[in-house]
Design a protein around this ligand. Structure first.
Ligand code: NAI
Ligand code: MG
Length: 497
């Protein structure tokens, strides 16, 4: 598979040249500051493997400062004490500014993560804007209940902000994950320390810049890039953090839970997946084939919802798998800024090694590639979109999250037995069902143990829809009013009449 060559740095758009050449500092208490240690860390361009930028490296000392700033902002009620409509107004302004700067954010996201610029323009940035706007609307609608109880009492509940929250996010949708987390926390009146992934801290830092411009009070939003084992761990275990929200690997999710035990901070988790995508023979097969390809290849497969286990009714198995293989072969692999690119690089050399390692392990265990399977080129972190067949349920590629453009397809004969196979996973984030039979669609949707089920579609998200995992895919829900609940405490007030 041929690789489209990346542009040389001097050909980058002016904003990117300017932004990348500037010092990138931590954002704490309304100011951009160096790390206490004075250290910086390199951020790589995944299309070339070269250093894209140096960023101040937050560590325990910086997390302590950021948490203290967030605590002061919380206790002073500089944020939670504003009239809800003013909180809404500021979140809206942040969304407006983000929309104005869409092109700059899309560019940074593409350079930092590797994803096609065209995708960042139509998905990452507008969806982030949408999420902030949706959550701004909730700021004025956080209600308690008036509850009739026995005796001469007036009883009611109040929903109050949880307090200082730590938010640790991954690199697959850096800006969108920040927006998913910040929106409900800000609407609820919490103050925040956000730690972006070490692979992709740039868009969160630009977001901090525009938050400062629109006038968020100091300390309400702090952004501290750094490594997980240092900055992330310090935030998760900090005794003065009231809640930690995490998106990332299930392995680190478990570490977060243990770290949170010290002060029993509240925890929400959005973790990995091994989502089943089931195509019945009575589906619109062409549409299902296209949907299955999108379900696994979107964002180079670096989606927690990736439809990585494809189950296809035997009579249409060859048609579907050859269709996906053909779609894969037709995809252009290249640099995110090239308009022809369908598949960009994976985010890091670590992910490249992980994904190619899974493909090799599948083949070693007896599976076979119908298309793809190899690294593309010898610089940057590119992998061919890959279709694997003959995988068995016990194989690692069927059990563990690959997080790359790799789908394992399995035929089935008995539609009644497919649910057992589909639910045979420790994960439960998402699932897909393709059929024209309405009754079957709803029955299967009900039987799948997953937080989201897509019927005749895949990867459809909306800020109004709860998103999260069953089983080891997580705790709590993001987006929707459910997310707000995860950033508030309920207080019962009882008044003797
Ligand atoms: P990770 O779980 O290590 O990283 C996610 C975030 O957690 C980053 O901000 C990282 O700095 C932070 N982190 C790491 N160790 C930490 C610790 N001990 N304490 C606190 N924070 C910590 O994920 P990684 O290593 O980048 O990717 C490994 C695998 O995780 C991927 O191959 C994929 O399977 C899965 N993953 C799932 C994501 C999802 O959206 N559910 C997103 C990213 C990765
Ligand atoms: Mg890790």
């Amino acid at each position: 598979m041929a690789l489209l060559a990346p542009p040389i740095p001097s050909q980058l758009p002016e904003f990117a040249q300017h932004y990348l050449s500037r010092t990138k500092q931590l954002y704490i208490d309304g100011k951009f500051v160096d790390a206490q240690s004075g250290k910086t860390f390199p951020v790589f361009n995944p299309a070339t493997g070269e250093i894209l930028a140096e960023v101040a490296e937050g560590d325990v000392a910086d997390i302590n400062l950021a948490v203290a700033a967030a605590r002061r902002a919380f206790e002073s009620k500089a944020w939670s004490g504003l009239p809800p409509s003013q909180r809404a107004r500021l979140i809206d302004k942040l969304a407006d500014k983000l929309e104005e700067r869409l092109e700059d954010f899309a560019l940074l996201e593409s350079l930092d993560n590797g994803k096609p610029l065209a995708v960042a323009r139509v998905a990452d940035v507008p969806m982030s804007v949408d999420n902030l706007r949706y959550m701004a609307g909730w700021a004025t609608k956080i209600l308690g209940d008036s509850i009739p109880i026995a005796g001469d009492f007036h009883a009611y509940t109040r929903r109050e902000p949880i307090g200082v929250v730590g938010q640790i996010i991954p690199w697959n949708f850096p800006l969108l994950m920040a927006a998913w987390k910040l929106g409900p926390a800000l609407a609820a009146g919490c103050t925040i320390v956000l730690k972006p992934a070490e692979q992709t801290p740039l868009s969160a830092l630009l977001l901090a810049e525009i938050a400062a411009e629109v006038g968020f009070p100091p300390g309400v939003l702090n952004v501290v890039p750094g490594y997980g084992e240092t900055a992330g761990a310090a935030l998760a275990e900090h005794p003065d953090v009231d809640k930690v929200a995490f998106t990332g690997s299930t392995e680190v999710g478990k570490i977060i839970v243990r770290a949170a035990a010290g002060n029993l901070k509240k925890v929400t988790l959005e973790l990995g997946g091994k989502s089943p995508n089931i195509i019945f023979a009575d589906a619109d097969v062409a549409q299902a084939t296209q949907g299955a390809a999108f379900g696994i290849f979107f964002n180079m497969g670096q989606c927690c919802t990736a439809g990585s286990r494809l189950f296809v009714e035997r009579s249409v198995f060859d048609e579907v798998t050859h269709g996906i293989a053909a779609a894969a072969k037709a995809m252009n692999v290249g640099h995110g800024l090239d308009a022809r690119t369908d598949i960009g690089p994976l985010v890091s050399d670590e992910q490249l090694a992980r994904v190619t390692g899974y493909i090799e392990s599948g083949i070693a265990e007896g599976a076979r590639t119908l298309s793809g399977g190899a690294r593309v080129g010898d610089r940057g972190y590119f992998v061919e979109p890959t279709v694997i067949v003959d995988a068995k349920p016990h194989m690692k590629i069927m059990r563990e999250e690959i997080f790359g453009p790799v789908v394992a397809a399995t035929p089935f004969d008995d539609p009644n037995e497919i649910l057992g196979a589909a639910n045979d996973t420790v994960y439960g984030l998402a699932a897909g069902v393709w059929t024209k039979d309405v009754s079957k669609a709803h029955k299967v949707a009900a039987a799948l143990r997953a937080g989201t089920v897509w019927v005749n579609c895949y990867n459809v998200f909306d800020p109004a829809l709860p998103f999260g995992g069953f089983k080891q895919s997580g705790w709590g829900r993001e987006m929707s009013h459910n997310a707000l609940e995860c950033y508030t405490e309920t207080k019962s007030v009882v008044v003797k009449l």
